[in-house]
Design a protein around this ligand. Structure first.
Ligand SMILES: *Cc1c(COP(=O)(O)O)cnc(C)c1O
Length: 404
C-alpha cells in the first residue's frame, strides 16, 4: 500500500471521524417475537423447570446434529464438567487440550481433580495440532478435549484415530461450532461426547445454557446423573422399594436447565440454519476484502470441513505494521468497531502460572498467534452496511499504521 500518509483519513483515535457512529459489538443474540412467545407460553404452563420442554429441546438438538442422546445443562461450562465426570476423569488422570480457548475448557479437568495438559496449535487453522497432542500422550492420559476454534472443526479424524490407538475418550468442545460439518456430517455425531454452549454470543441462546450430545447410552446416563445431584430415579428400584425412593449414586450438582430457557432454545433452533447462512455471507464478504489487505491474514480451514463461523478472527502481520496489536485494537475501538481478542492462552493466566509453573514460551505457536489476534464483529443481525464499516475500519487502521 504505497499511499502517502497525507492522503489517509485521520484515525478516530487521533481525533478524526470514526467509520461508524455507534459501537458494533463482536457478537449479539438474535431474539424475535416467536422466541418471546415461546417463553411466555412456558411461564403460563405448569412446568417452569424439568418439564416437557427440556426433553423437546434436547431432542431437537440431537436430531439436528445426528446424535442419539442429548443432555441439557445450565451452562456450557456445566456441560464440560459433566463430560469430564462421564469420561471418568479423576486425580490420577490427564486430559489434553488446546491453550487457545476459553479457560472453561481446561477448568473442567481441574474440577474433577485431574490435570489439564496443553498441546500447541497449528499456525494457520488455529486448532490443536494432532502431532503435538500425540507427543503429550502418557499412560495417565484419559481424554482429549479439542476445541472447534471460531467454529472451525478441529482435526477430529486425526484425533479420533489417536484416541482409538490409546483408548482415550474424546470430548469435543464445540461451544463455537453448532452446525459445523466434517465431510458432510455435523459436529456432534463424531466424538464420544460433544459440548455446546447457549450463551448469548453463541449460535443459539438460552440466556445461559449448554448441552452434551453422545451416541453412548452409558455416557448419557452418567451425564443425567451428574446434572441432578447424582440422583437416580430408577423405576425398577421404585417398584421394589416404594414410589418415593430415589438414590444418590454419585456426587452430582444442580446443573439443570429450566423449561423457560429450553423454550427459548427450542424456538431458536428453528432459526439456526438461517443464522448460519447469514454468518457465512458476512464471512465471505470479509474474506474477499481481507485477501487484498497485506497487513492481515485470516484463519485457514481444515480440509473437508465447514466452519460454523462463530468468530471471524484476523491475524495481524506485525512485520508490516509500525505498531502492535494493542494499538490496532485501541484504534479500531475508537472507530466504533467492537473488536475483541479470543483468547489469552489458558496457561498464561495467573492461576495456571502459579499452580503449574508456566512462564510463557511453552506453546510458541499459540503465544505467537495471540500477539496477532483480533476478533471482528460477526453476528446474524448485522447488516451488510455494518460489515462494510468493519472492512473500512480495518483497512483505515492498517493503512495508517502500515510500514509502507
Ligand atoms: C462459551 C464457551 C464455553 C463455556 O460456555 P458457557 O455456556 O459460557 O459456560 C466453553 N468453551 C468455549 C470454547 C466457549 O466459547
Amino acid at each position: 500500500m504505497c499511499v502517502g500518509s497525507d492522503d489517509l483519513p485521520r484515525l478516530a483515535i487521533e481525533g478524526g471521524q470514526p467509520v461508524r457512529p455507534t459501537l458494533l459489538p463482536y457478537g449479539h443474540q438474535l431474539v424475535d417475537e416467536s422466541d418471546i412467545r415461546a417463553v411466555v407460553d412456558v411461564l403460563r404452563s405448569d412446568w417452569l423447570t424439568t418439564g416437557p420442554t427440556i426433553a423437546a429441546f434436547e431432542e431437537a438438538v440431537a436430531d439436528y446434529v445426528g446424535a442419539r442422546y442429548a443432555v441439557a445443562f445450565s451452562s456450557g461450562t456445566a456441560a464440560l464438567h459433566a463430560s469430564a465426570f462421564a469420561a471418568g476423569l479423576g486425580p490420577e488422570d490427564e486430559a489434553i487440550t488446546t491453550p487457545l480457548t476459553f479457560c472453561a475448557t481446561a477448568n473442567c479437568v481441574l474440577y474433577q481433580g485431574a490435570t489439564p495438559v496443553f498441546a500447541d496449535i497449528t499456525e494457520d487453522t488455529l486448532v490443536v495440532d494432532p502431532s503435538e497432542v500425540s507427543e503429550r500422550i502418557t499412560p495417565q492420559t484419559r481424554a482429549l478435549i479439542p476445541v472447534d476454534y471460531g467454529g472451525q472443526p478441529a482435526d477430529l479424524k486425526a484425533l479420533i484415530a489417536l484416541a482409538e490407538d490409546h483408548g482415550l475418550t474424546v470430548i469435543e468442545d464445540a461451544c463455537h461450532a453448532l452446525g459445523a460439518e466434517i465431510e458432510g456430517r455435523r459436529v456432534g455425531s463424531l466424538c464420544h461426547m460433544t459440548v455446546f454452549s447457549f450463551h448469548p454470543v453463541k449460535h443459539i441462546t438460552t440466556g445461559e445454557g449448554g448441552m452434551v450430545v453422545t451416541e453412548d447410552a452409558e455416557l448419557a446416563h452418567k451425564l443425567r446423573l451428574f446434572r441432578s445431584h447424582g440422583v437416580d430415579r430408577n423405576t425398577e428400584v421404585r417398584e421394589r422399594m416404594g414410589a418415593w425412593v430415589y438414590q444418590m449414586q454419585a456426587l452430582g450438582y444442580n446443573y439443570r436447565l429450566t423449561d423457560l430457557a429450553s423454550a427459548l432454545g427450542l424456538s431458536q433452533m428453528k432459526k439456526l440454519d438461517d443464522n448460519l447462512a447469514r454468518r457465512h455471507e458476512i464471512a465471505r464478504r470479509y474474506d474477499a476484502a481481507f485477501a487484498e489487505l497485506p497487513e492481515v491474514d485470516v484463519q485457514g480451514e481444515v480440509p473437508s470441513t465447514r466452519s460454523a463461523r462463530h468468530l471471524y478472527v484476523i491475524l495481524l502481520r506485525l512485520e508490516r505494521l509500525r505498531v502492535g496489536r494493542r494499538e490496532v485494537f485501541d484504534a479500531l475501538r475508537a472507530e466504533n468497531i467492537g473488536v475483541n481478542v479470543h483468547y489469552i492462552p489458558v496457561h498464561l493466566h495467573p492461576y495456571y502460572r502459579t499452580r503449574f509453573g508456566y512462564q510463557g514460551g511453552e506453546y510458541p505457536v499459540a503465544e505467537g498467534i495471540y500477539e496477532r489476534l483480533l476478533t471482528l464483529p460477526l453476528f446474524p443481525s448485522m447488516t451488510d452496511e455494518d460489515a462494510e464499516t468493519v472492512i473500512q475500519g480495518v483497512r483505515k487502521v492498517c493503512e495508517s499504521y502500515s510500514r509502507e
